[in-house]
Write a protein that binds this ligand. Structure first.
Ligand SMILES: CC(C)(COP(=O)(O)OP(=O)(O)OC[C@H]1O[C@@H](n2cnc3c(N)ncnc32)[C@H](O)[C@@H]1OP(=O)(O)O)[C@@H](O)C(=O)NCCC(=O)NCCS
Length: 205
């Protein structure tokens, strides 16, 4: 059955803009786990940030999953950002990543993604991280390209109620990511200090 055009949402994501101001310093707490007590806050955050609605089952599953797969960003007791993933065989799928509008461009999304990349790198069974992004969401593509995500397939008719209804699949190779990290760590490792030289015997006269 065709969806009435009134039900179709044309969403306007943030425009792609150059940074004009320094990143403000904000004391954000990334250490709170997702639980049944704060899941309602996550639901409200997602409603504020995404044109798609996730159902009750989605949030029940979030609470049941390994808490490492959801990272929350709290500022002054308010949930202002979050990333949520699920494991699909050997891949880590980013279901949602968002930051409340007034807090964007403060590198909160960056920190959330970097923390999740650490989680992904620590699990050797994972070979890829991926997500779907609406083809009109150029801001998210500018964001993810910073972290080495690459455009893969385009899926048409992916969204039922959004215009455009197609998405890109963005992927990141986690095997290559681990190798790059290991190489960078080896370069950064301090060069072994030379063995101490034994003091020469005092000259006798
Ligand atoms: C995408 C999103 C999570 C980015 O969060 P954020 O905290 O504002 O992003 P950051 O400040 O960490 O940005 C990191 C880098 O990404 C790039 N970037 C982020 N937003 C950008 C924009 N609007 N234009 C151009 N580049 C952008 C920049 O290179 C930025 O670094 P810089 O600010 O030093 O130049 C946020 O815009 C958002 O919640 N969007 C709505 C939900 C969404 O589309 N999610 C993605 C699909 S899951």
């Amino acid at each position: 059955m065709a969806i009435p055009s009134s039900k179709i949402i044309v969403c306007r994501y943030d425009p792609v803009v150059e940074r004009h101001h320094p990143v403000p310093e904000l004391k954000v707490n990334y250490g709170v786990h997702v639980t049944e007590k704060n899941i309602e806050q996550l639901r409200k955050l997602n409603i504020a940030c995404f044109p798609v609605r996730y159902g009750e089952q989605f949030y029940r599953d979030v609470v049941k999953r390994d808490p490492k797969l959801t990272i929350l960003a709290y500022y002054a007791d308010n949930l202002i950002g979050a990333i949520g993933c699920r494991v699909e065989e050997n891949k880590l799928y980013i279901m949602t990543l968002c930051v409340l509008k007034p807090y964007r461009r403060m590198h909160i999304g960056r920190i959330l993604l970097e923390k999740m990349l650490e989680v992904a790198a620590a699990d050797e069974s994972l070979t890829e991280m991926y997500l779907n992004v609406q083809t009109s969401n150029e801001c998210a593509m500018a964001f993810y390209s910073q972290f080495g995500f690459e455009k893969d397939a385009e899926i048409r008719n992916y969204y039922r109620r959004l215009e455009p209804n197609s998405c890109f699949v963005l992927t990141k190779d986690l095997v290559a990511f681990r190798q790059q990290r290991a190489a960078a760590a080896a370069v950064a490792a301090p060069i072994a200090a030379p063995a101490p030289v034994a003091p020469s015997p005092a000259a006798s006269d």
